[in-house]
Design a protein around this ligand. Structure first.
Ligand code: SF4
Length: 304
């Protein structure tokens, strides 16, 4: 049998993660994203090859004995995990055995339009959805969805899900050069994200060979675009070699910056001079700025 469990892998944003691949033998996805790490494949609306729930549970039990200290158990797939037909019962069985581990799903969000999927996802500790574009043309170019999937319906369902869901909601935006790297698209993305109000927004670009001939943007551009997203906790995936310009901020400048958008610990380390980092530390000590941790990512937020 193909490998159902993988890891633990160290994820900067989630900690130690033990992965469950719900489509270990082949890609089965309702998108065919230009940036996918897997080979391009025609999108489908259902899984045709399905692993048995009992096989997943026994593989997971075995892995948890070996790796009892993982932070999260991550439901993912070579494709889209919510297409797994027994997901509801699988979530119940994992919840019954997971003890202190958090249960996370990485989904492209397209099936969230179905009330039964929203109900299943509501049983998870952390849900990470994707939202690369909010305009139909851009969405079709970047995510190449199964034919009747509409971005307007997905956005509406994400808003609805946020109203119902009590766990941690994270939305990821992946930036592709020449497709969703325009200021206008990002302003629209910011507006929609503020309407949905997730706990964290993860912004990144391509860092592994993509399925189609596309390129990512560099960290400086990623930062510019991510800064269009106001008021929310935004975590930027800087490339390893990125060193931003270290700036000296006064106390007022720091408070002004934080009142517009919380800064992640990575933002602070890559752009605040040592002097500014010390000012920030004092603001935390004086309880003017609070530290918020959203699934292993730290943010500095102005306590207004
Ligand atoms: S949703 Fe994920 S698995 Fe599916 S095509 Fe896009 S990147 Fe690949």
């Amino acid at each position: 049998m193909e490998k159902i469990i993988f890891g633990p892998v160290t994820s900067r944003r989630f900690g130690q993660s033990l992965g469950i691949d719900l489509s270990p033998a082949l890609k089965q996805c309702n998108f065919d994203c230009v940036y996918c790490e897997l080979q391009g494949a025609k999108p489908v609306d259902a899984m045709r090859e399905v692993v048995a729930v009992d096989d997943i549970i026994s593989a997971l039990k075995e892995a948890l004995v070996k790796f009892p200290d993982v932070d999260v158990i991550t439901l993912t797939a070579n494709g889209e995990p919510t297409l797994y037909p027994h997901l509801d019962i699988l979530i119940d069985k994992i919840n019954a055995l997971k003890a202190n581990h958090k249960l996370l799903i990485l989904t492209n969000g397209a099936t969230i339009v179905e009330p039964r999927v929203r109900k299943m996802l509501a049983k998870l500790d952390i849900v990470k959805l994707s939202l690369d574009c909010v305009t139909p043309k851009c969405f079709k170019r970047i995510d190449r969805p199964y034919h009747d999937i509409k971005i307007e319906a997905i956005i509406e369902a994400m808003r609805e899900f946020r109203r119902e869901y009590k766990g941690l909601l994270i939305i990821e935006v992946l930036v592709v050069k020449g497709i969703n790297d325009k200021e206008e698209e990002f302003e629209n993305i910011s507006r929609v994200l503020n309407e949905i109000n997730p706990d964290r927004v993860d912004v990144g670009s391509i860092d592994r060979p993509p399925a189609y001939k596309v390129e990512g943007v560099d960290s400086a551009r990623l930062r510019e675009l991510a800064h269009k997203i106001e008021n929310l906790n935004v975590s930027i995936a800087y490339r390893k070699d990125y060193t931003g310009e270290m700036r000296d901020f006064t106390q007022d400048e720091i408070l002004n910056l934080l009142s517009k958008r919380p800064q992640s610990a990575d933002d602070v380390l890559s752009t605040f001079s040592q002097k500014s980092q010390n000012i920030l530390k004092n603001l935390v000590k004086d309880e003017v700025v609070k530290i918020e941790t959203i699934a292993k990512t730290t943010f500095y937020r102005y306590k207004m």
